[in-house]
Design a protein. Sequence first.
Length: 328
Amino acid sequence: MAVRVVFIGGLGRSGTTLLERLLGEVPGVAPLGEVVHLWERGIGAGEPCGCGEPFTACAFWRRVGIRAFGGWSPGLADRVLTLRHRVDRTRHIPALAAHRHKVGLSGYTRAYSRVYEAAAQVTSCRVVVDSSKHASLAFCLNTSPVVDLSVVHVVRDPRAVAYSWRRRVTRPENGRPMTRWRPFRTAVHWVVQNLAFELLARRGGTVIRVRYEDLMADPGAVLGTLLARLGLGGHAGGTALAFMRPGVAELSMAHTCAGNPMRFTAGSLALSRDDSWCRHLSRRHRWLVTALAWPLMVQYGYRLRDQRGPEEIASRWVTAGVAAQECR
Ligand SMILES: [Zn+2]
């Protein structure tokens, strides 16, 4: 029987790690982090699991590795990374969508399905979550007969994403800075990744779109609807969401192999929308990003411009007693 996988897709800095952490608190769901980086950062570099232990020392991942491959090894990581380079690239998406599969694709997806199957067995969970994000990997996995794939496509206002990619953030795994992109590059990647997930849906993939802004406005309702659409029986107020109360989620430790620094968070997490881009992203960069991304922004319901400043709008919404839906 195919292993049930929820793949969280979208451009980085869109709230994918947050959504994985929330889904991972639902009974019967096991969050694995960004499995696409397991081979290099986990096996290769020994970066820490979400539990804080080095990947190779984490008891959970050791059990998964033994069950899946008889144990992790540098040779295994090298083989998967070689295949990844050959088949899992954004530029191969048109060929994948046209079912022109490259040699090595089945071996590549088999490595992932073994990880998923082993993790499901070790955790006794019926669903595993992979927050690898990349559309190209979702296309690859969608070809596997032993992976029952559902993609949750996370979308966030590209101006907010562009601001986030400009920020200086240190990776807790190794103390080095996270990759930074200029707004132009972020906007291009935002368009390409989101178009790719639209294409996957048109090619028959199961793709459910979630806007970061909607999730933050009403986390319980959005998660409840998402769980119901995933067939995981969620509805607001049900036991599936017992870890949530208004504006707060109680997170337990999660054995995530890679991802945003939020994967290390445990305890109470305030669910509040990060709108710092409104104050710090320059007008020039807002227009640049909007000029590149506007067709999809319109499709996803983002307003393109507003003459007033964000502070004025925010105060108007607060005065009206209405949660701010947009900030421009
Ligand atoms: Zn761990």
